[in-house]
Design a protein around this ligand. Structure first.
Ligand code: MRU
Length: 344
């Protein structure tokens, strides 16, 4: 099986059903969100995570807010909706897909007539469908760049769990496996939240794709000793000059890849490209609670009083990106001119 049957974000007609990614891979539990505040909480506590997936969740959050707004007095309705849009948009700051999806829903809200909730539901479903189609297209485009027998490394989880399905980086890996181009995947564990260990290794194992988990610190050594041809990652925001914000550790992988002659492929849909952000300097990097660094599964292992810093994304300068794969095409060595042409 090379298409993942995972359904991290699903609309059941009444509520948003989210696969609780905090419990994976050991428990498959689902959380049913019936109002937008529950969606905001689910996004910020990482029940649902990954740039496209939080965008889709945010879009259905707008549907829930519009439905509830029908029960609010007419005088308060506009304020209620504005507050809901703002809360959804700000639930996490770095992945532009969330703001992009909420803004797209706000445009639909402004133009919808009497059948407001139906129109918004259709728009959110379109966002979902477009993401799934983009992933399959990017999978084909990216896989074509790999030579048969390629060994690749991936970071964090840019898979079905992070999207409508199939995945961005893992979409390329799935397509490459189907086409017989892939020998093996090295998945970094991705401290502190362990998206690689808990999610990516599990997703690939379910699809029968050969994967070996490595510690983050062993990445450069594995590149040097195991002949890694490509480092393939997703993105949370691609700036107008081609700088890429992605999970913390991506920048270090990019530096190590350049040194070892491995190529860096960033796979991201157009909804992740933000031409209004001129460069990576302007990207808000989310910092999460230090307890994610100081503790593992709720048990503190650092000495009492030790402090931690927990930036959860970093910026890879465009110079270190060999290829950006979007559903609109492949851009080699992205720069401002290439980005503008790609998005025109
Ligand atoms: O903190 P997360 O798990 O939401 O971070 C996810 C990532 O950084 C992914 O690599 C990125 O969103 C691309 S997902 C297709």
């Amino acid at each position: 099986m090379t298409d993942s049957s995972l359904a991290p974000v699903r609309w059941d007609g009444e509520a948003l059903v989210l696969l609780d990614q905090r419990q994976l891979p050991h428990e498959e539990t689902y959380l049913r969100c019936t109002d937008h505040a529950e969606v905001v909480a689910a996004i910020s506590t990482m029940v649902v995570r990954g740039a496209p997936a939080i965008g889709i969740a945010g879009a259905f959050g707008v549907v829930l807010a519009a439905r509830a707004a029908g029960k609010v007095s007419e005088g308060r309705r506009a304020d209620y909706l504005q507050a809901a849009l703002r809360a959804l948009r700000e639930a996490r700051p770095t992945a532009v897909n969330l703001a992009w999806a909420v803004d797209r829903m706000a445009t639909c809200l402004a133009s919808a007539g009497a059948e407001l909730v139906a129109a918004l539901t259709e728009e959110a479903e379109r966002i979902f469908d477009e993401d799934l189609a983009a992933n399959h297209r990017m999978g084909d485009l990216g896989a074509a760049l790999l030579s048969p027998g390629a060994r690749v490394m991936t970071h964090c989880n840019a898979g079905a769990l992070a999207t409508a399905g199939y995945g961005t980086a893992l979409g390329v890996i799935r397509s490459a496996w189907r086409e017989g181009r892939l020998a093996e995947v090295f998945a970094t564990e991705t401290r502190p939240w362990l998206q690689g260990a808990r999610l990516t290794a599990w997703e690939l194992q379910r699809d029968g794709i050969p994967v070996r988990l490595i510690t983050d610190g062993s990445a450069a050594h594995v590149m040097r000793t195991r002949g890694v041809a490509w480092v393939i990652v997703g993105a949370d925001r691609v700036a107008a000059n081609g700088d890429v914000a992605n999970k913390i550790g991506t920048y270090a992988l990019a530096v190590a890849a350049r040194y070892h002659g491995a190529r860096l492929m960033v796979v991201a849909p157009a909804s992740t490209v933000d031409l209004s952000t001129p460069s990576g300097e302007a990207i808000h990097i989310e910092e999460r609670t230090p307890s994610e660094v100081l503790e593992v599964a709720g048990t503190r292992f650092a000495a009492p009083g030790v402090e931690a810093l927990n930036p959860v994304f970093d910026v890879t300068p465009a110079d270190l990106v060999d290829v950006l794969v979007t559903e609109r095409g492949v851009l080699e060595r992205p720069d401002a001119a290439g980005m503008a042409a790609l998005m025109a």
